[in-house]
Design a protein around this ligand. Structure first.
Ligand SMILES: Cc1cc2nc3c(=O)[nH]c(=O)nc-3n(C[C@H](O)[C@H](O)[C@H](O)COP(=O)(O)OP(=O)(O)OC[C@H]3O[C@@H](n4cnc5c(N)ncnc54)[C@H](O)[C@@H]3O)c2cc1C
Length: 298
């Protein structure tokens, strides 16, 4: 019998499902379109708590995920890399998120090593470890009728499924260029350069309230100009395409909280990869915090 259904197969749902399975639960993930139809797959997926405010929970989730990605990379998990990273012209006064080994190199610069996940490879690797059903819900009740425990990892869709009007999109456009051999990640306010195995993610925008999924040529030109100013080596590289994703933001920060038989895990904004494994551990803790009663049949 299915002990828990995870609604959503992005980075938050899949990592939660993996941890719940490891905790001994029989878990099913409901993911209508698979990894290719998630925001997570668009993500640059570099460890860093972008647009995320400090709280003790957020700090714990981020550092837990940092350790887990580092461990997995050493174990040879596909799609993961560790990147030397430079933050340029960014405040260094309150580095609550600082990972082990970070060094402050100037009044507004820091260097550290950041895990990076190539989501087109990493999400399918996660999916292989759990049972996945390609279906959607029109209400969380659909899942509650099929299992005693439901994890709501529906990202932006939580806005209507919960409903939670604190959830809103922040449009992000990125540009992919061919990687000639770059390995260093660099970010500054308004621009970032994240090399992957064969391409480089150039970013990016953060447009709260926009639901527009169509890449804009004008925005692409702006990203190319800003990133070339930051890292001259990316100027003139072959452009492979532009992508848009809608970050599932939430006023007040991510919601990882139990409400009866539902554990909510949504609203991770610009930091879903960064917080993922820490939130997954929290989901397990919440799952073990009460024994759910079995579903009632009518
Ligand atoms: C351009 C860009 C760059 C980013 N860069 C980074 C970065 O470098 N580092 C970082 O940590 N984060 C980054 N992010 C943020 C990150 O992508 C998100 O925080 C993360 O993907 C959210 O994951 P999620 O699983 O909550 O949502 P999603 O990936 O959107 O997954 C939601 C899941 O719910 C499912 N779903 C929705 N509705 C229903 C329904 N009715 N029934 C069943 N299932 C449903 C969807 O199909 C999907 O499987 C970036 C985002 C963007 C757009």
């Amino acid at each position: 019998m299915t002990d828990a259904i995870v609604v959503g197969g992005g980075i938050i749902g899949l990592t939660a499902a993996v941890r719940l399975r490891e905790a001994g639960l029989d878990v099913e993930v409901w993911s209508p379109g698979g990894p290719a139809r998630t925001v997570s797959v668009v993500s640059a997926a570099v460890w860093y708590p972008s647009y995320t405010d400090y709280s003790p929970s957020v700090q714990r989730w981020a550092l837990t995920a940092y350790d887990e990605f580092t461990r997995q990379q050493a174990a040879g998990v596909p799609g993961l890399a560790l990147r030397p990273t430079r933050n340029v012209a960014m405040p260094t006064g309150d580095l609550w998120w600082a990972p082990p080994g970070l060094s402050v190199t100037g009044p507004s610069s820091a260097e550290f090593v950041a895990p990076l996940a190539e989501m087109a490879v990493y999400l399918p690797w996660l999916e292989e470890q759990v049972r996945v059903v390609r279906r959607s819900v029109s209400s969380l009740d659909d899942a509650l009728a099929a299992a005693p425990l439901v994890v709501n990892a529906s990202g932006l869709a939580a806005r209507t499924l919960v409903p939670d009007d604190a959830v809103f999109p922040a449009r992000g456009q990125i540009v992919l260029v061919r990687n000639p051999g770059l390995t260093e990640s660099v970010r500054t306010p308004g621009a970032y350069v994240h090399p992957r195995s064969s391409d480089v993610v150039l970013g990016g925008t953060f447009e709260p309230g926009s639901w527009d999924l169509t890449p804009s040529a004008e925005v692409t030109d702006g990203i190319l100009a800003r990133t070339a100013a930051l890292v001259p080596a990316v100027a003139g590289l072959e452009v492979l395409g532009s992508r848009v994703g809608l970050r599932p933001c939430r006023r007040g920060g991510p919601r990882v909280e139990r409400e009866g038989r539902v554990i909510h895990a949504y609203g991770h904004g610009g930091a879903g990869m960064t917080l993922s494994w820490g939130c997954a551990a929290e989901v397990v803790r919440l799952a073990e915090s009460q024994t759910p009663s079995p579903p009632t049949t009518v």
